[in-house]
Design a protein around this ligand. Structure first.
Ligand SMILES: *Cc1c(COP(=O)(O)O)cnc(C)c1O
Length: 353
């Protein structure tokens, strides 16, 4: 039976990518597995270089002073790595959810953090607006898409200081002027590959300005100078990420996938709004095109709904424990057809109720 994978992460990946990845595990280079060749061998160095340049190309950042790195430790490690490399006195953070909250906590270990805006008191169901970014801070940090609560920044401030963005859950899903950002990071497992690597895209000229000593493995400059091979890179996640980026490029890039992502989001949100049994969680104008969060109004229908969902082959629909209800994650590789299956189940529930 066909599965419809709405999981929030690790997430669905294109089937063709899975097949190529599986084949490379068995035979990547002349009978040797991808998992057993040296990361210094030419075939793997090519993979790393290709992944790095595809990332910059898709974001439209080639030749603009940016470097792409594939690091380990997840987006969670970037919470502290950003601060170690950029925080000298004070940074401004926009707190839009659990992930920003965690980023703030880690940065505070190193120095002063000021929350320029926060929607914490509303359990993060909207994106704060109209905040100001002080000119004399080291950098401004925001989270483009709030994976857990289902909100997404639809516009970004004109920041007078370097702008850092955690794009883990919506990178490569929509067109933005990426050159507005000075550092972008994203864990691969939401929209570009398997867990185990994190993409960092950084404008080189913002680095090297803090006075603290930075441990080599935490230093972006070190990783840049070593071509993202300071230590043994996670070969499999980097390879699969490269395949996914190539898949996206072949499809027509971010512009093409954004159209699909908008269709999918419109489809589910119109059902949520029209069907009296369901209620959207986040403020309408801030709704995420990646993660749609909603609740079932009548608790008595919970069992029936969940049985129907299972019957339809839908997977990964449970909401995060801090929100409850349901969350339909619609990353790049999820087809519109899968969203249609979910919407059908929702409307069928209405006709039964
Ligand atoms: C999942 C997620 C993270 C955490 O990523 P890890 O790679 O597990 O550390 C951070 N930020 C956002 C926005 C996320 O969605």
């Amino acid at each position: 039976m066909k599965k419809h994978n709405f999981s929030a992460g690790p997430c669905i990946l294109p089937k063709s990518v899975m097949e190529q990845a599986a084949a490379a595990v068995l035979d990547f280079d002349d009978g040797l597995s991808l998992l057993e060749v040296s990361h210094r061998s030419k075939p793997f160095v090519d993979v790393m270089e290709n992944a790095r340049s595809l990332a910059l190309e898709l974001l439209g950042l080639e030749g603009k002073g940016y470097k792409a790195l594939f690091l380990q430790g997840g987006a969670s490690m970037q919470f502290l790595m950003v601060a170690l490399n950029l925080l000298e006195k004070r940074a401004g953070y926009l707190n839009t959810g659990t992930w920003s909250d965690k980023a703030i906590k880690e940065a505070k270990i190193y120095d002063d953090v000021y929350e320029v805006g926060s929607s914490k008191s509303a359990n993060f169901n909207y994106i704060p607006k109209g905040y100001e970014i002080p000119e004399d801070y080291d950098y401004f940090h925001c989270t483009s898409n709030n994976t857990i609560f289902g909100t997404q920044m639809k516009s970004f401030p004109k920041s007078p200081i370097p702008m850092v963005c955690d794009m883990s859950s919506d990178i490569f899903s929509r067109q933005l002027d990426f050159s507005k950002f000075d550092l972008i990071y994203a864990g691969a497992q939401k929209n570009m590959g398997p867990a185990g690597t994190t993409l960092v895209v950084v404008r080189e000229d913002i680095l090297g300005k803090v006075s603290r000593k930075i441990p080599s493995i935490m230093d972006y400059k070190v990783h840049i100078s070593k071509g993202s091979m300071f230590n043994t890179p996670p070969v499999f996640p980097v390879y699969v990420t490269m395949l996914t980026l190539q898949w996206l490029k072949d499809l027509g890039g971010i512009k093409a996938i954004e159209k699909e992502n908008k269709k999918k989001a419109n489809f589910i949100y119109s059902e949520i709004d029209l069907n009296p049994l369901f209620k959207g969680y986040s403020a309408k104008e801030d709704r995420s095109n990646m993660n749609a969060t909603f609740t079932l109004e009548n608790e008595n229908l919970k069992e029936t709904f969940e049985a129907m969902v299972k019957e339809a082959g839908i997977n990964g629909l449970n909401g995060h424990r801090s929100v409850g209800g349901y969350r339909a994650s619609m990353y790049n590789a999820l087809s519109l057809d899968s969203v249609k299956v979910l919407v059908e189940v929702m409307s069928e529930l209405e006709s039964k109720a």
